[in-house]
Every structure is written in structure tokens, then in C-alpha cells.
Design a binder for this molecule. Structure first.
Ligand SMILES: Nc1ncnc2c1ncn2[C@@H]1O[C@H](COP(=O)(O)OP(=O)(O)OP(=O)(O)O)[C@@H](O)[C@H]1O
Length: 293
């Protein structure tokens, strides 16, 4: 069995009386790209900040590389690349100076890597931080997280503000790192992104983990999105066959999301006299909305 890089056990954090997270537990194995999904305020940042000892948990414990996240935080830090959801930088510095400063913290010469990463992400090293757009500041954060070639990347909403082309390049970089053995924790509220890059995902809602899913298994369960037009009006109950969600019918036109055996669905469809049918894979958004509420 592969080694666990992150182990979180019954972690809770209260901000006074306000609950941040409650009883969060999950593990991330070596070499995984693990997604951490939840809507705004679900507790993603609270969990991540607890892992990095930027805040202290109210209860529970967590380890990274088998080391205690609170007691051995300093030792852990050198091997982790962290991209915070909101980064604040020394605004008057040039990008190059800031990244050199970040590299110095790790006592490493990261010149080559800084050049390569900024070139790929189209980040101008000679601009002042203060003159950068939100998306370009995010790129600075990405390079800062990656420059010392850490064994673990913890990325909190890494893609917000980044345009689609650069996002693809960023994902390519992450996949390359992962091939080299880097473990990645990737938090996002954009499910389609997580679906592209992650193998497993923890779904967080109102401070609690409601499910941990394997993305490919989840897809193989047989979620399908159906749109059809029959030659005559259908009985509303015709597709009443287990897990049908988001059902809409207007006369002979029907749409719904189906979870279950594809064969059973096809049997039902083939018994109809159809004018048209579309069978698609629903997005994870649709799956979560209808099956994980
Ligand atoms: N410093 C704080 N003081 C009080 N409550 C806080 C604080 N930080 C977070 N919270 C609360 O903890 C809960 C979890 O917030 P958190 O920022 O961890 O969620 P998130 O999933 O990262 O959300 P987002 O996607 O919006 O960043 C929310 O209810 C939030 O209001």
C-alpha cells in the first residue's frame, strides 16, 4: 500500500462560536492528485490553513509525511509548496526579486526553474507586483509554490482569475510534477476543473466531509443525462425506475439525469418509439447538485 502523505483525523476548528470545520477526516496517498471540493464557506481554506499550522485546530490532529502538523510544522514546511487562496505580496518588489526572495527562504538556487515556469505561464519577471492583474499575481503564487520542487503541493483555489489557456498550461505543469512523484492537494469550487486533474475527491459541505469519491468510479456508476422526444406523449411514471433526477417533461419531450445500470436505461428507451434521443455524460456539477445535496 502506498504511503499516506496527508492524514487528517477528526479535525475541527471553531472561530469562537463560529464553526469552520467539524470532524474532518481524510488521507491523501503518495503520488495522488486529490481534489478538495466545496462551495464558498465549506471549510476548504480552514482545513488547509490547519494543515500548515497557520491556524491551530480546536480538536483532532493531522500529519504530513507522518509528522505532526502543529508540533513539526517547521520541518514540514521545507517540503511543501503552498499556494494560498488570497496572496499578499510585497507590492513594490519586481516579480523577479520576489521570487528570488522566496527561493532564498528555501536556501536554494531556483533561477532555472523560475525562468522556465514564468516563461511557460507567460509571467513577466520584470514587472512590479503592484502593476500586476489579479490573474498575474496568481501566477506569481504558482511559481512561488513550485520553485523549490516540493514533494507536496497544497493549492487553495489555484485557478481563480487565470485565463483558460494558461490554466491548461498550469494543469500540464501539475501533471508533469505528479509524474515525478509529487503529491497534490487541489482545492476548488469549480468541479469541472477537479474532474480534469484529480483521481479522488473529498466533498466538503458546511464544514463536514460528506463524501470521498473516486472520480473514474463515480463516472462508471452510470450517470447519464437524457434528452428525448417520443412519437407520442409519455406517462410521467414511465422512467420511474430508481434514481432519476431533474426530471422535466413537456408533452412528448423529456429530459432527466439517470443513475444506475445503463442496460436498464437502454431497455426502457428501446421500448419507446423515439423521434430523437441524446445521451450525454452529466457534468459533476449536475451530479453533485442532484445526488449529494
Ligand atoms: N477568521 C475567521 N473568523 C470567523 N469565521 C471564519 C474565519 N475564517 C473562516 N471562517 C468561517 O469558517 C467557515 C469556513 O470558511 P473557509 O474560508 O474555510 O471556507 P472555504 O471552503 O475555503 O470557502 P471559500 O471557497 O469561500 O474560500 C465559514 O463559515 C467562514 O465564515
Amino acid at each position: 500500500m502506498s504511503q499516506q502523505i496527508i492524514e487528517i483525523k477528526n479535525l475541527s476548528k471553531y472561530y469562537g462560536k463560529q464553526m469552520g470545520i467539524e470532524d474532518v477526516s481524510f488521507c491523501v496517498a503518495e503520488g495522488e492528485i486529490f481534489g478538495f471540493i466545496g462551495p464558498n464557506g465549506a471549510g476548504k481554506t480552514t482545513t488547509i490553513r490547519s494543515l500548515l499550522a497557520l491556524i491551530h485546530p480546536t480538536a483532532g490532529s493531522a500529519t504530513i509525511f507522518g509528522k505532526d502538523c502543529v508540533k513539526e510544522a517547521a520541518e514540514i514546511a521545507g517540503e511543501v509548496g503552498y499556494l494560498p487562496s488570497e496572496a499578499y505580496y510585497y507590492e513594490k518588489m519586481k516579480v523577479r526579486e520576489l521570487l528570488k526572495y522566496a527561493a532564498d527562504l528555501y536556501q536554494q538556487d531556483c533561477e532555472g526553474r523560475i525562468s522556465e515556469l514564468s516563461e511557460r505561464l507567460k509571467l513577466d519577471l520584470n514587472r512590479k507586483i503592484t502593476d500586476l492583474s489579479f490573474g498575474n499575481k496568481k501566477k506569481v503564487g504558482i511559481v512561488a509554490a513550485l520553485l523549490h520542487s516540493p514533494k507536496l503541493l497544497i493549492l487553495d483555489e489555484p485557478t481563480s482569475g487565470i485565463d483558460p489557456l494558461i490554466k491548461e498550461i498550469f494543469f500540464e505543469i501539475l501533471r508533469e510534477e505528479n509524474k515525478k512523484g509529487v503529491t497534490i492537494l487541489f482545492s476548488s469550487h469549480v468541479l469541472s476543473e477537479v474532474q480534469k486533474i484529480c483521481e479522488r475527491v473529498a466533498i466538503l459541505k458546511e464544514g463536514r466531509v460528506i463524501s470521498i469519491e473516486n472520480i473514474s468510479e463515480m463516472r462508471s456508476v452510470g450517470y447519464k443525462k437524457i434528452e428525448l422526444t417520443a412519437s407520442s406523449t409519455l406517462q410521467e411514471s414511465y422512467f420511474d425506475m430508481g434514481s432519476v433526477a431533474d426530471y422535466h417533461q413537456a408533452g412528448s419531450s423529456v429530459s432527466f439525469i439517470y443513475k444506475g445500470r445503463v442496460g436498464d436505461l437502454l431497455d426502457k428507451l428501446s421500448a419507446l418509439d423515439l423521434n430523437d434521443v441524446y445521451i450525454e455524460e452529466p457534468s459533476l456539477e449536475e451530479i453533485f447538485l442532484h445526488y449529494y445535496r
